[in-house]
Design a binder for this molecule. Structure first.
Ligand code: SF4
Length: 293
């Protein structure tokens, strides 16, 4: 039976609205208002983050920060020689936003851990005099001798870690190893918390449980993290010795072995592939100005 005209008209109007709202005048006005308020909010938010400043070194006077572990050798050289004053590529607004999200997630997680384990030491300071380095461990259980490293991560990165057998991201892993080593831990636990949950449907298809949709946990014992930490400390010492001669070498296994960055402005490697790390490096312009390929 054919539909009455009034019903047909109703469907036509509803379908049109669902497909495209751009013709609606009020929508355009809303976008214009967002461009004003969203912008000032984001800028104000970044200003507050700037005023809080960069976290000082965990132990005053040490030259190396454990959060630099696993990074490009040349980047570490710049950090050790020109420091924060020599940064040529400071945070942009999205970087302040994503770093702030990570800080907020850390706060929630540490509050929960503190409730469950009243003896937990949060943001525990660690110091390696032989490496002239220091850092903060997200949480430390002194009786069990467990060092926790927590990383928040975007949905794309989390899916990669949760759904593959590739393990944690290299830099996170090395940083956690150095911290656990500094504490002489008996166990190191690295936890990823995703800023976006894996959908129920996707999780069902891949047999991922409820917690696994937002979190992934890795455990390591001293036989693993001691070797990694000692190798990293040795690398820092070599960087100190080589000074301005330090190569543009990124130790991440994603970068082909032996490849060097030959164009820091794009991250082009001698292998012909590209390193994403350069685009997020605070010294990218300085490095590019000193690089002759
Ligand atoms: S721009 Fe790239 S090669 Fe240069 S220091 Fe930064 S990460 Fe290393």
């Amino acid at each position: 039976m054919p539909l009455p005209i009034s019903r047909l008209l109703f469907y036509t109007v509803v379908m049109t609205i669902q497909r495209d709202l751009s013709h609606l005048k009020s929508m355009k006005e809303t976008e214009e208002r967002n461009a004003v308020y969203a912008k000032v909010l984001v800028e104000e938010w970044a200003k507050l983050a700037q005023e809080r400043g960069t976290l000082a070194h965990a132990v005053e006077g040490t030259t190396m920060r454990h959060s630099m572990a696993g990074k490009c050798a040349r980047q570490i050289h710049y950090y050790l020689t020109v420091g924060d004053e020599g940064i040529t590529n400071p945070f942009d607004l999205p970087a302040y936003w994503s770093t702030g999200l990570g800080t907020a997630v850390h706060g929630w997680w540490q509050a929960a851990l503190g409730n469950l384990f009243p003896n937990a030491e949060l943001e525990k300071v660690v110091h390696l005099p032989q490496a002239d380095s220091s850092g903060h461990v997200d949480a430390w259980l002194p009786d069990e001798k467990i060092a926790f490293e927590l990383k928040s991560i975007n949905g794309f990165g989390f899916k990669k870690i949760q759904e593959s057998n590739e393990g944690p991201r290299y830099g996170d892993f090395v940083q956690a190893c150095v911290n656990a080593y500094a504490l002489d831990a008996e166990r190191m636990v690295l936890i990823y918390l995703s800023l976006e949950a894996i959908s129920r449907q996707r999780a069902r298809q891949r047999d991922i449980d409820e917690v696994g949709r937002i979190a992934k946990e890795f455990h390591y014992t001293p036989d693993v993290f001691t070797k990694v930490a000692e190798k990293e400390i040795e690398r820092w010492n070599t960087i100190r010795e080589r000074g301005a001669d330090t190569p543009r070498a990124i130790p991440d296994p994603e970068v082909p072995a032996g490849a060097r960055v030959i164009d820091p402005s794009t991250g082009r490697l001698s292998s012909g592939t590209y390193a994403w790390q350069c685009a997020y490096c605070s010294y990218q312009d300085l490095c590019a100005s000193e690089c002759d390929g």
